[in-house]
Design a protein around this ligand. Structure first.
Ligand code: ADP
Length: 493
């Protein structure tokens, strides 16, 4: 695609009713990369009505699962044919290094293939007999698509986050209105183009670009939406939940985290360094599941800190398009200023900045930040408790397993948690004591389409990915029959 100034509604590219636009910025050069259509309430209404028509009157929800699967596979194929181009758009829109973007785009295609398999098997498994305690009746439980899904996604993994919602929703037979983040809207529009070419019927998939208040909020309040799926910050998730509560709208939320990484002193030092870095510097730390609270057992603390500082000092920071770069610029000025403010706050709260936290020398343009490590972080401090969403690691020590688990779980969040130890039994035991939806042993962040994804506590409601992500877009119906043509005998004896 070359222009991004239209919305994709009902199978067509249309100008927003009020004609508004906004610019999306390359966080490396700070230059405008595209002018994008800004949807408002009127466009949301048109998109939801198109999705409603496609669901209520169209054939999509009633097609054999195998036919929807074929369309999803064509989408996956369309993405694979354009991996390099899509990854480059993601680098320019988000700032992430190209190899990470390529990984995201390949995963996006993989997600469509995964849910194509699920659609293939759906018809054979969607009805199950239910044993009743009365022989006069028989019953089946049947799964059906939930209807029109409104999907609102963030800017950290733009196309991948779209696929986590759009692929299972389409596989289930839903129609979708997708609103990408105004910070990174481009690949969602590319996905619309790919879906269109793959033969998704008009109205089944719609993309409206625009701001949270003007485009997101009307989508969450629209009576034509049956299900809302949101990934983003806790305050926005809470606002969406309040709106959804008004009409008792089905809702799933994937929100923030402040995930702990517990490292025991019998861990391999180099493996610990590698996974700690992956856990907080991958995607610039702009990852909801980032393991941003490091808990190190006392015996390993000094050697581990020395090695981390050594590695951070030589971490290649730069333009995500340049070979060898492992850390790109933060996504935009707003996020950059937020992270810098969090670093200043940590220092005011008495945490000690061991390394980083400033603009790297000689990099005057772009939202670049040298990764930061805070040590001696007070447990009650804001930087220990709250999500920073950037390459900032907070460290505390612990004496024993009991203290590690207590510190790890002392959070209002519960998205992810990681543990590393040379003692397998201990690692397995601690993994089971974490109050979090995603737990890693001897690693941090590897994410698989097959496995459930989501949080405990204020990190969200419901699970994405795997069969759990599919069930997000299904309703369950019972069909119960009276197995006789004669009166039952209550009124008519
Ligand atoms: P951030 O502030 O880091 O962009 P948000 O959680 O606010 O994180 O944004 C995630 C997504 O939610 C974006 O697509 C954004 O436009 C959307 N959004 C923001 N505010 C609202 C709202 N009040 N209602 C619906 N969507 C919103």
């Amino acid at each position: 695609m070359t222009a991004y100034d239209k919305l994709y509604i009902d199978g067509q590219w249309v100008t927003p009713v009020r004609g508004g636009t906004f610019d999306t910025i390359d966080p490396c050069s700070e230059a405008v990369i595209a002018t994008v259509a800004a949807a408002t309430e009127e466009d949301v209404d048109i998109a939801v009505k198109a999705a409603r028509r496609a669901f209520d009157e169209g054939e999509w929800p009633h097609l054999p699962g195998t036919q929807r699967a074929a369309v999803l596979r064509r989408i996956a194929q369309g993405i694979r044919e354009r991996v390099q181009a899509l990854a480059e758009i993601e680098v320019r829109d988000n700032g992430k290094p190209l190899p990470e973007a390529i990984w995201d785009i390949e995963d996006t295609a993989g997600c469509f293939d995964f849910y194509a398999d699920m659609a293939d098997n759906f018809d054979a498994t969607r009805e199950k007999p239910v044993a009743l305690g009365d022989e006069s009746f028989s019953s089946v439980a049947r799964q059906e698509p939930v209807g029109v899904a409104g999907a609102i996604i963030p800017w950290n993994f733009p196309m991948l986050m779209a696929s986590w919602k759009v692929a299972p929703a389409l596989a289930a037979g839903c129609s979708v209105v997708l609103k990408p983040s105004e910070v990174t809207p481009l690949t969602a529009l590319e996905l619309a183009d790919i879906a269109h070419r793959a033969g998704v019927p008009a109205g089944v998939f719609n993309v409206i670009t625009g701001f949270g208040k003007e485009a997101g909020a009307p989508l969450t309040a629209h009576p034509g939406v049956d299900k809302l799926a949101f990934t983003g910050s806790v305050p926005t998730g809470s606002a969406i939940m309040q709106t959804a509560a008004r009409d008792i709208r089905n809702l799933s939320l994937e929100l923030g985290g402040k995930s702990p990484f517990v490292v025991f002193d019998d861990s391999d030092l180099e493996a610990a360094v590698e996974w700690i870095m992956f856990g907080i510097f991958w995607n610039k730390g702009e990852v909801c599941s980032a393991t941003s609270r490091l808990l190190v057992q006392e015996g390993l603390y000094q050697p581990l800190m020395d090695r981390l500082v050594e590695e951070i000092d030589k971490l290649p920071i730069g333009n995500g398009m340049d070979e060898g770069v492992l850390l790109g610029p933060l996504v935009n000025k707003t996020q950059y200023d937020k992270v810098l403010a969090a670093i200043a706050r940590g220092q005011e709260e008495g945490a000690r900045l061991l390394v980083g936290g400033e603009r790297p020398a000689g990099m005057d343009k772009g939202y670049f930040l040298k990764p930061a490590i805070f040590v001696d972080v007070p447990e009650e401090s804001w930087v220990w408790q709250e999500e920073i969403f950037g390459p900032v690691l907070c460290v505390r020590t612990f004496k024993d397993e009991h203290e590690a688990v207590r510190l790890a779980n002392a959070s209002r969040f519960g998205l992810a948690a990681a543990v590393m130890s040379g003692d397998d039994e201990r690692a397995e035991r601690v993994a089971r004591r974490f109050r979090a939806g995603i737990v890693w042993i001897n690693c941090s962040q590897p994410t698989f389409t097959e496995a459930p994804w989501g949080g405990y506590k204020q990190s969200g409601i419901g699970r994405e990915l795997g069969e759990w992500g599919f069930h997000n877009y299904l309703e369950t119906k019972q069909i119960t029959r009276y197995d006789s043509q004669k009166p039952w005998g209550w009124y008519l004896k």
